[in-house]
Write a protein that binds this ligand. Sequence first.
Ligand code: NAP
Length: 302
Amino acid sequence: MPDLTGRAAIVTGANSGIGFYTAQALARSGADVTLAVRDEAKGGRARELMGPTPGAVHVRCLDLSDLSSVRSFASEWSRDYDGGLDLLINNAGVMAIPYRQSADGYELQFATNHLGHFALTGLLLPALVAVPHSRIVNVSSGAHRMVRRINVDNLTDENGYSKWNAYGQSKLANLLFTLELQRRLEANDLTVTCSAAHPGWAATGLQSAGPTMSGSWWEARIAELANTVLAQSAESGALPTLFAATTPGLPGNSYIGPDGMGEMRGHPKPVGRSDAAQDLQQAEQLWRASEELTAVTFPFDA
Ligand SMILES: NC(=O)c1ccc[n+]([C@@H]2O[C@H](COP(=O)([O-])OP(=O)(O)OC[C@H]3O[C@@H](n4cnc5c(N)ncnc54)[C@H](OP(=O)(O)O)[C@@H]3O)[C@@H](O)[C@H]2O)c1
């Protein structure tokens, strides 16, 4: 890890799992880190658990499934940090949960994993542009391969809802967003870059959250057991994100994952993605749909 003293970073979903270890490693390298969390009490406990770090750690409230919360977070953070933003880590997520709607009436996985981060990035873009070579990292998943294309005509409806398809759509959206954002950053001659990462299979609360929401205690127990036996640690799962965030000279639109068998565990390296995740037309369609659904226009498009 390079020395990050004097750098400002935001990590979404930093109170647990991969986000926790990402934020801790950045603060240990000297960055001033904001834990962007929906539950400030949990955020406070996470900050305590991180222990003393050379970089300051702050807790701020952000609910990605509520666009008014995303707007408040972005405007308050930008007001308090006039020096700009060096690193935005779009990490928070939910997986394979029963059908629920966000505060704005959209399917919850797509709203949290993609739309909230799309809006947050657009609203923080001026802060990112203020710092030369600032970076955005979107945390995707090998599960982006579960869907063959993004269904732009039905991104958030209950009709035909499948919890795994919805998760796959949202994680494919993370990669299409990365592709299109990087293209637009370059087209506007900006030095900000956007890359993506995935952690392989890491033992976190992600796998049991869906079964718990459905009231299926035995599925939650199986998920926990599988994590204990098969997954790598959450700390190891954070390494691809940290690699994408801090490796000097990493080109935009890189995608980093573990180097082990099936990209399930190991050390970080550039990895491949599905054809669907490289479809420029779909990336552009998703961009337009996301602008409409969030009412956020990126400043360079205005
Ligand atoms: N673990 C894996 O094997 C794996 C594999 C592939 C990809 N990923 C990706 O890695 C990322 C991190 O997941 P994780 O494994 O570290 O799971 P995790 O421990 O459950 O962390 C998810 C984080 O997202 C937060 N979050 C959920 N909904 C939110 C919302 N509406 N607003 C703000 N924060 C919200 C959670 O907050 P609460 O604590 O308040 O719920 C939690 O801090 C996700 O994007 C996931 O898709 C994980």
